[in-house]
Design a protein around this ligand. Structure first.
Ligand SMILES: [Zn+2]
Ligand SMILES: [Zn+2]
Ligand SMILES: [Zn+2]
Length: 346
C-alpha cells in the first residue's frame, strides 16, 4: 500500500509507492512506448486488461468482450488503491495517510489510434461524457475529494502505451496545483467580486491575439503567462466550476474544439508528444463563484531542469501571442488520414 506524504514546508503531497520503483535501472531513460507490438487496449484483447468498470457498448454486446466504443478499466499498475481507510496520522511534524484512491484508464477507441485528433464521429464526445460519468460516480465515495483526468500522448509526454487513452486518478486530498488555483481565484473574487477565469476569457476575446479557437460556447487560447511553448487552455464561456456539470450540448461542442486544437498543434509542430489535463473543482464543494473548470493542453517540447526544479519558474521560449497566431493560421482537415505516428513513440 503506497503512502501519501506531506512536505511540512510548502504543503506539497507526494505519493510514495515502493512497488513502482523496483531497481535503479527502472528509472533509466524515458518510458518506452510499445509500438507495433501486442496492444492490450485493442478490441478483441479485453481479457488482457482488468475487468471493466464501465463501457459504452453496442446493443447485444457483453461485458469484457468486443462491441464497445469507449471502455474504462482499472490501471494495471495503480498509483493509488481503492481498498481500505485513510488512516490519517502524524509522525512528529510529518503528516501522512494511506494511498487510498482510484486509478482508471479510459480507452478512447476500440481501434488502435494514437491521438485524440484521430477520433471520429461519436468517439470524442463519448470520451468526454465518460469523464463526466466517472466523476459523478467516484464523488459518492466520501474518502475521495478530487478527480484528476489527464492524457499522455507519446513517450516524451509519459505514455507507456500508444493506443489512445486517458487516465483518471482520484485522490483523498486536493492536489497542490489545484489548491493554488483555488486560493488564487478566491483571492481575486474576494477583491473584485468576479471570477478571474471569466475576466480572462473576456479580455482574451476582446484582444484576440492569443485566441486559437473561438466557438459559441467554448474558447481556446494560449494563456498570457504560458509555462510551455504552445500551451493552450480550453474553457467554457459560461461560468461553471465543476466539469461533471457539463451538459450534452456542451460535450458536443467541446469535443470539436479539443480535437481541432490538438490537430492544429500536431500540424504546426510535426506531431509532438503532448499532455492534457482537466482542472475542475474538488468533489466536496458546491458550485463555486470563483473557480472555473478548464482543460490545459501542453505539447512536450521543453524539459524541466535544475532551474525549474529549484525555483518553480518555467522558461518558455515561445511568446503565447506568436504561438496562438501560428495555431490560428494552421489549416486542419476535419478528417485526416488515420496513418499518423506521434514523435518519440519509436
Ligand atoms: Zn491498440
Ligand atoms: Zn468563471
Ligand atoms: Zn488549471
Amino acid at each position: 500500500m503506497p503512502d501519501l506524504r506531506k512536505d511540512p514546508i510548502v504543503g506539497r503531497w507526494v505519493i510514495v509507492a515502493k512497488s513502482r520503483a523496483k531497481r535503479p535501472h527502472d528509472f533509466e531513460s524515458t518510458p518506452h512506448v510499445r509500438h507495433g507490438r501486442f496492444c492490450p487496449f485493442c478490441e478483441g484483447n479485453e481479457d488482457k486488461t482488468p475487468d471493466e468498470i464501465l463501457a459504452y457498448r453496442n446493443a447485444g454486446s457483453v461485458r469484457n468482450r468486443q462491441g464497445w466504443r469507449v471502455r474504462v478499466v482499472p490501471n494495471k499498475f495503480p498509483a493509488l488503491e481503492i481498498e481500505g481507510d485513510l488512516n490519517k496520522r502524524g509522525e512528529g511534524i510529518y503528516d501522512m495517510m494511506r494511498g487510498v484512491g482510484a486509478h482508471e484508464v479510459i480507452i478512447e477507441s476500440p481501434k488502435h489510434l494514437v491521438s485524440t485528433s484521430q477520433l471520429r464521429d461519436e468517439e470524442p464526445r463519448e470520451v468526454l461524457w465518460v469523464y463526466r460519468d466517472r466523476l459523478v460516480d467516484l464523488k459518492k465515495d466520501r474518502r475521495l475529494v478530487y478527480g484528476m483526468i489527464f492524457k499522455n500522448v507519446g513517450a516524451a509526454a509519459g505514455a507507456s502505451l500508444e493506443h489512445t487513452h486517458s487516465q483518471l486518478i482520484v485522490t483523498p486530498i486536493v492536489p497542490i496545483n489545484v489548491e493554488e488555483e483555488m486560493k488564487g481565484s478566491l483571492e481575486f473574487c474576494n477583491y473584485r467580486g468576479r471570477c478571474v477565469y471569466c475576466d480572462m476569457i473576456q479580455q482574451e476575446l476582446a484582444g484576440e491575439k492569443r485566441i486559437v479557437v473561438d466557438g459559441p460556447g467554448f474558447v481556446a487560447f494560449c494563456p498570457f503567462a504560458s509555462r510551455f511553448p504552445f500551451e493552450t487552455w480550453v474553457l467554457p464561456k459560461i461560468h461553471s466550476s465543476h466539469y461533471e456539470h457539463i451538459q450534452n450540448s456542451g460535450v458536443d461542442e467541446l469535443s470539436g474544439v479539443i480535437r481541432q486544437v490538438i490537430a492544429k498543434i500536431e500540424a504546426a509542430l510535426d506531431r509532438p508528444a503532448y499532455n492534457y489535463i482537466v482542472h475542475t473543482a474538488p468533489f466536496d464543494t458546491p458550485e463555486l463563484a470563483h473557480y472555473h473548470w478548464h482543460i490545459e493542453i501542453m505539447p512536450s517540447l521543453t524539459k524541466a531542469a535544475g532551474f525549474e526544479w529549484g525555483t518553480g519558474f518555467y522558461i518558455n521560449p515561445v511568446p503565447p501571442e506568436e504561438a496562438a497566431a501560428f495555431l490560428r493560421d494552421v489549416e486542419v482537415e476535419p478528417f485526416e488520414s488515420q496513418d499518423i505516428s506521434i514523435k518519440g513513440t519509436g
